[in-house]
Design a binder for this molecule. Sequence first.
Ligand code: TYD
Ligand code: MG
Length: 459
Amino acid sequence: MAKVKTVFFCKECGYESGGYMGKCPACQEWNTFVEKKITNEKTKEVFTDRSPFNMKKAKKIEDIESISHSRVKTGYNEFDRVLGGGIVPGSLVLIAGDPGIGKSTLMLMLSGSVSKQKKVLYVSGEESESQIKMRAQRLNITGDNLFIYSETSISDVLSQIEEVNPSYVIIDSVQTLYDSEIDSVPGSVTQIREITATLMKLSKQHKITVFIVGHVTKDGGIAGPRVLEHMVDTVLYFEGERHMSFRILRCVKNRFGSTREIGVFEMRDIGLVQVENPSQAMLTGRPLDTPGTAVVCTMEGSRPMLVEIQALISNSNLTNPRRMSTGFDYNRVSLLLAVLEKRAGFKMYDADAFVNVIGGIKIYEPAADLGLAAAIISSYTNKVIPHDYIFFGEIGLTGEVRAVSGIEKRINESVRLNFKNIVVPYGNKDTVEAAFGKNSKALDGVEIIYINNIQMLSF
Ligand code: TYD
Ligand code: MG
C-alpha cells in the first residue's frame, strides 16, 4: 500500500507544517489550517519518471546556463515590455484580474500570436470549444499550431498536454480546474494550490511556458488567496474599469525582470488593441476651460505617461462630508486635503471632495500629489488651470514640494505633448539644468516653474 503522509497547511498563505496550528505563524490568521494527505502514488503520477528535483546536484555558478538571452517575443510590444522583454521559456505566469476585464481575450490573442512560432494549447474550463472558436473568429485568430481544449479535470489536461506536446499552455482559469484525487470543490484553496503545484512541475520539468488565468476576489486578492503568488515566477494584474475602454497590464512580481513596467491596451469590438502612445490617448477629450482638472505625469517603469486628474470640491450639507476617490489612493487624498487646509488655508473640513483619475487608470505614485492639489485648488477657487500647465511633485506633511525621480523623461514627454508651463519641485532644479541647460535653453518656448512649497502653487 502506498505510504500516506499527512501535512497541514494554511489556506490563506500556504504556510506548511507537520501538525495542526490554531494561528498561522506566517500570516497571523486564526483557524486557517487544513489537513492534506500526500501519497507517494499521486506524487509518482504527477512527476512521471523524469523527476529532475531528486537527481539534481549543486552546480558552480559559472557552469549554469543563463536564461536571460532566450526571451521569446510575443508579437505584442506592450506584453513583452511588462514581462521584461518577452516570455522566458519554461516560466509560470499568473494573469489575475476581475471577471470580465478581458483576461481570456488577452490570452487568446497571445495564443494566436505565439502559435505562429510554436504549438499552443489553450485550456478553458469556462467556455466550450465552439464559444472559443467564435471569439477567435471575431479576433481574427487562425493557425495550425493553436489547440483548444475545453476541460476541467487536471489529469485529462495533463494527458492532452502529453499528447499535443505544446510549448505554451494557457489555463483559463485556475479556479475552474480540479484534481479528482483531492477531496474539495473546484476553486477551493486546496484545489488551486494543488493545481498550481502540478502546473509548476510541468513547466519546470518540461520547459513548457504556462500562463495561468486567475480571477480576483472582491477585496482585491487573487482568489485562492496568496497561495498562488509565491508559487509562480511572474504575477501580472490586468486592471481597468470594466465600462471604460483602457486596460493596464501591470507586473507585480517578476523573477526575470523589473516589476515596474506596465502595458496599455484598449478594449475595442475587435479585441484588445495596444496603445503605444498612452499619454495622447489619456488626454483625448480633456475639458480645456473648466476648473477642477489638472494634468500630471506618472512614471510607470521606464515610461512616462500623462494623465488627467479631476477634482470636485463642493459645500457639504452632511456632518461628515463625503470623500470619494477613484484611481487615487483614498488615504493620500485625505492627507492632501488636510495639508491644503492646514498649510495653504483652504477650508476643506466642511467640503465634499471627489477625485477621479480619467481613463480608469490607477495612480500609485506620490509624484502626482502636486497635480491633484492643483486640481483641488482649481475646483475650490473655481479658477481654470490653463490647458498647457502640467505638474509634478510629491507633497509632504508640512506642505513642502519634494523632488521626484525621472524628471528629464517627464519633462520630455510633457514637451512632446505641447505643454508650455511645467511646474516642478525646486529640488529638481539642478537635474533639470544639467539636462536642459541653464534657463532651460534647450526647451524653447517652455517655462519651467520651480516651487518648494504648496503655498507657491499658482496658475
Ligand atoms: P473576457 O476576455 O471574457 O474577460 P475575462 O476572461 O477577464 O472574464 O472579456 C470580457 C469582455 O470583453 C466582454 O464583456 C466583452 C468585451 N470584449 C470586447 O469588448 N471586444 C472583444 O473583441 C471581446 C472578445 C470582448
Ligand atoms: Mg474569461
